[in-house]
Design a protein around this ligand. Structure first.
Ligand code: ADP
Ligand code: MG
Length: 570
């Protein structure tokens, strides 16, 4: 409602306020740029991927519209979509070919793409008309409504800006948007909870390119003349600065940053020759004192906390309930070599349905590596992994998550800037039984409640104490309704009470028929909850059996005594 009112007011202002031609141009520039900066909110803010080619995508949209209307004779809106779609396709190709690399590579590739585009626009004269640019770009007619007067056209730009902003705001709390933020916060964990991280990154990149293309198309119509120098590397940096200045976390930041960087020079004009220095200083000061951008600085005062769950929280349902007997996981000859180091060396392991199987061993014996193989973070050097009879060795993490594997990490890996509830909600995306948004929210609430963290639902996980973070991580795994839960040292760093709670939690999980592979150093805890224990030493399995058998096994005693001796102070 407020949204609609703001839209009507903004469009009304554009239509009736007596604005001179110069200011009109600034407003048209600001509104079309802001659409491209909203793209940066998606790719950089939500998905955490750097893009220093936003002006190139903006230019592709602008040329798409200019050439579409003038050379191809397309109607304005068809040409506008045409430009945005071409930008989108370039986004998919560029993202698809480089997002696997990430980080610095992505920055370098986007810069190169930016430079290449400038060269092509300048030199491919038969198509782009070269440095002279394209003039006489038409403005649209919408039925009987001619939008070619500047105020009308500005109203159109404002309308599209509102649409784009609405979309970007909606995206943030959608399944796709949360997946993007999960990738940004912890890509490894995102894969393990079932997100196809590569695909999500490409979508973010392509959406960002499409928004830039849309803004660029409107920009071309606004100025009716474009040339290659308007879409250079410098302009990409300007768009990036606008995004960072306004704040990339929320959509409104894009609008604030754009408006400020376009209007600030005007306000500072009275400073005459000092204006550039003051302008630069102002930008630096904002960046230094508001590292989250202007919107990030203010948003924290306005954060609304929505209720997690209306009505009672339902008990958590376990898909695997009652399925005991038979082997759920069968590992044979599994090996992982890092160069000459045999971190995991030819191990066999069979985990019975409904049991808790512990995996113990001295530090560096290959326990975490085994879990990384089982959850797809590493590809095995050799060996087979069968889950419920199906060979899953070498699957990507998100496919193993879909196959029913859930896990936690030795060094907790949560999506640190999201709330406890959002973390667990992202886990629930993988649950085949929760198909609609409502049931996913209910499942996330149930999982949080199961580990006793329902009251902390809306706390950002980074500010939770360590023990709580461990529980949130378990809840996130449970929300996906795994058939096999892998826990990597869940008791590490917990105090005595927390350890006792963990034992109770593990027993409840076992009571629900969940199969658990538990890595743990605390032997007391292992003895209390395990049905079987496997022991690793130097990457090899040296024992496997009931706790009584294993803990008396001479090799095990020797391995542990060895560790004690090594760790003993000299
Ligand atoms: P644990 O969890 O039993 O303490 P790990 O599985 O983490 O042991 O490590 C087993 C061995 O493999 C260690 O010697 C470790 O240094 C090595 N290792 C683990 N991951 C890697 C890697 N990515 N690259 C090289 N060596 C690794
Ligand atoms: Mg480990």
């Amino acid at each position: 409602m407020i949204w609609l009112a703001a839209l009507i007011v903004a469009m009304g202002c554009a239509l009736v306020l007596p604005v001179n031609g110069y200011l009109m141009n600034l407003l048209m520039q600001a509104s079309t740029y802001a659409i491209a900066v909203l793209g940066m909110t998606v790719v950089l803010g939500y998905a955490g991927q750097i893009n220093i080619a936003q002006a190139a995508f903006f230019g592709i949209g602008a040329y798409g519209l200019a050439l579409g209307t003038t050379a191809l004779g397309l109607p304005f809106f068809v040409a506008l979509v045409f430009g945005a779609v071409i930008a989108l396709l370039f986004g998919i190709v560029l993202g698809g070919s480089t997002l696997k690399l990430g980080g610095h590579y992505l920055a370098m590739v986007t810069i190169s793409f930016q430079e290449i585009l400038t060269l092509v626009l300048t030199n491919w004269i038969s198509v782009s008309r070269g440095p002279d640019g394209i003039s006489n770009i038409p403005r649209p007619h919408l039925g009987f409504l001619a939008l070619d007067l500047a105020p009308h056209y500005l109203a159109l730009c404002v309308f599209v800006l509102f649409l784009a902003a609405g979309l970007v705001i909606w995206l943030k709390s959608s399944r796709l948007g949360l997946s993007m933020q999960a990738v940004r916060d912890n890509e490894l964990a995102a894969g393990v909870v079932g997100i196809d991280t590569y695909r999500v990154k490409i979508i973010a990149f392509a959406a960002s390119a499409a928004l830039a293309g849309l803004g660029g198309g409107l920009f071309a119509g606004a100025f009716r003349y474009i040339s290659p120098d308007q879409f250079s590397f410098d302009d990409s940096v300007v768009l990036l600065t606008m995004a960072l200045l306004g704040g990339v976390d929320v959509a409104i930041g894009a609008v604030i940053g754009t408006a400020l960087l376009i209007l600030l020079p005007e306000w500072l004009r009275f400073l005459k020759q000092f204006y550039l220095a003051v302008y630069g200083l102002a930008v630096i000061l904002i960046m230094v004192f508001m590292p989250q951008g202007i919107s990030g600085y203010f948003v924290r005062f306005f954060r609304r906390v929505p209720p997690m769950q209306e009505g009672a929280i339902t008990p958590l349902v376990f898909g695997a309930a009652g399925s005991t007997g038979g082997m759920l996981l069968e590992v044979s000859g599994l090996a992982k070599h890092f160069g000459g180091l045999r971190a995991v060396d030819d191990i066999d392991l069979a985990v019975e349905r409904g049991s808790v199987h512990a995996l113990i061993g001295p530090n560096g014996s290959g326990k975490t590596t085994t879990l990384n193989l089982l959850s797809g973070i590493y590809r095995p050097t050799s060996g087979s992994i069968r889950l419920g009879g199906r060979d899953v060795a070498g699957f990507a993490p998100h496919l193993l998550a879909a196959a029913g594997i859930g896990r936690t990490f030795q060094n907790i890996r949560l999506f640190h800037s999201l709330t406890a509830f959002e973390n667990v909600l992202i886990g629930s995306f993988r649950d085949a039984g929760s198909r609609d948004a409502e049931s996913r929210r209910a499942r996330a609430a149930a999982a949080l409640d199961f580990v006793g963290m329902a009251e902390r639902a809306h706390v950002t996980v980074a500010s939770l104490p360590y023990g709580h973070q461990r529980l949130i991580e378990i809840a996130r795994a449970l929300a996906a309704n795994p058939t096999l839960l892998l826990l990597d040292e869940p008791a590490a760093g917990l105090n005595l009470t927390e350890k006792q709670n963990l034992v109770a939690l593990l027993r409840r999980l076992r009571g629900h028929g969940l199969t658990i592979l538990l890595i743990e150093h605390d032997m007391d805890l292992v003895e209390q909850v395990s049905d079987r224990i496997a022991v690793l030493n130097f990457g090899r399995r040296i024992a496997d059996g009931t706790p009584g058998e294993v803990l008396r096994h001479p090799d095990v005693v020797a391995a542990y005594l060895g560790e004690v001796a090594e760790n003993a102070p000299a």
